[in-house]
Design a protein around this ligand. Structure first.
Ligand code: NAP
Ligand code: ZN
Length: 367
């Protein structure tokens, strides 16, 4: 068994400003990598700028990261970083800016190479990366993964390199500007990470400690997501969660990131990528569609029982009702579903994480 979790994590309110000194250890000139709006609205960008100012560290802001960031966008940011002599990166936002910051760091460090290195299995250096999550979903602040959109392949794919963030600043208060459907989607992503890590070829007693604690946390606040989907409330209103509930979801997401760092994800994630690419369904929601089918078909029923029990569900059908209630129904056109199934059956990286035989007939029952 092996356990490797190298990211230094601060998980508390106001941790960016309280630990501003950490940035000085990473380099001398920073690029902040973020999305268009949310980090300004929730205060995370201002906190990071204040922390850098207080340490006299110059920085540039790249605020053009889109959801499901593309290779083209990370190339654009890396070209700016090279010109500005940036030597460390700070990703602020959901998984998209955090993943992008890792890829940009790799491209910036390897000045003499082009974007093809992102998907080449060669060992390359990268500049240090710090992450500030503002969604409670991906855990990218501690994972070594970076998933980018490949327009020429009409899907998303994890880059070939493992880039562990040097530091993660996890402050749940940034979640408070989330809208209801976005928040639920990211929480379901964290849930999927826990489930796909626990029910995984690479699962062992060490790394299952993360998932077990994650199930306990996530399960303790799961009911707070249910009333959020009342149709009369619309889908874009702000949430009505307590500080403790936000903090618990944030903590569960962080731990879920630690869990998949050791195991990788499995079939629901693999199946979700074309659904997101072709239909624009947000990542967590796209993964959530396949969770009930994954649990139903998983052959080790005792492990499935442990998962449901730890989350506080009495059966797979009560889990399914819950998931469908919070994420709603998603129609996947038959031709997209057929291509999706074929692609996963030819995806050794995802199939190897599933410990049993997988066939087109079994996959057909996933939705
Ligand atoms: P995201 O794509 O980073 O962000 C989605 C939307 O949420 C954006 O419009 C963003 O706005 C907004 N947003 C972010 N924080 C907010 C806040 N606190 N309040 C209000 N709005 C906020 O969402 P995500 O689900 O966190 O990340 C998904 C990406 O992560 C996918 O590409 C997925 O493949 C990847 N992922 C990575 C890992 C990993 O281990 N590295 C694991 C799972 C998923 P702005 O654009 O204005 O910022
Ligand atoms: Zn995910």
């Amino acid at each position: 068994m092996n356990l490797y979790m190298p990211t230094s994590v601060y998980c508390e309110k106001n941790c960016v400003t309280a630990h501003a000194d950490e940035f000085k250890k990473l380099g001398t000139r920073a690029m902040i990598v973020t999305g268009k709006h949310s980090s300004r609205a929730n205060g995370s960008l201002q906190d990071v700028c204040r922390a850098l100012d207080s340490s006299n560290i110059p920085y540039v802001i790249f605020d053009e990261i889109e959801a499901n960031p593309s290779v083209e966008t990370v190339v654009k940011a890396a070209n700016i970083a090279k010109k500005e002599n940036v030597d460390f990166f700070i990703g602020i936002g959901g998984g998209s800016p955090m993943d992008a910051s890792k890829a940009i760091s790799l491209l910036t460090k390897n000045t003499d190479k082009d974007e093809h290195i992102l998907y080449e299995q060669v060992k390359l250096d990268y500049y240090p990366v710090a992450e500030v999550p503002t969604t409670s979903g991906t855990g990218s602040e501690v994972t070594p993964y970076a998933i980018l959109t490949l327009h020429e392949k009409h899907t998303k794919k994890s880059i070939a390199h493992r880039i562990y963030p040097a530091v993660a600043f996890v402050d749940y208060t940034y979640l408070k500007t989330s809208n209801r459907s976005g928040f639920i989607s990211t929480c379901v992503d964290a849930l999927a990470h826990l489930i796909e890590s626990y029910l995984n070829t690479n699962a062992n007693e060490y790394n299952r400690m993360y998932a077990r604690e994650g199930f306990r946390l996530w399960g303790s606040v799961k009911n707070s997501l249910v009333p959020c989907m009342k149709p009369e409330n619309g889908s874009n209103e702000s949430l009505d969660l307590s500080d403790e509930e936000y903090e618990t979801f944030m903590h569960a997401s962080l731990i879920a990131g630690m869990a998949i760092t050791h195991t990788g994800t499995s079939l629901p994630h693999g199946l979700s990528y074309p659904v997101t690419y072709e239909l624009g369904v947000p990542h967590g929601k796209a993964v959530g569609i396949f969770l009930p089918g994954f649990l139903r078909n998983y052959e080790d029923k005792s492990d499935v029982h442990d998962v449901l029990d730890a989350l506080g569900f009495s059966s797979i059908s009560s889990f399914e009702t819950y998931i469908r209630t919070i994420i709603g129904e998603v129609e996947i056109p038959i031709e997209i579903w057929e291509t999706d199934k074929k692609a996963i059956l030819q995806n050794p990286a995802k199939l190897k994480n599933y410990p049993f035989e997988m066939t087109a007939e079994i996959l057909a029952t996933y939705r």
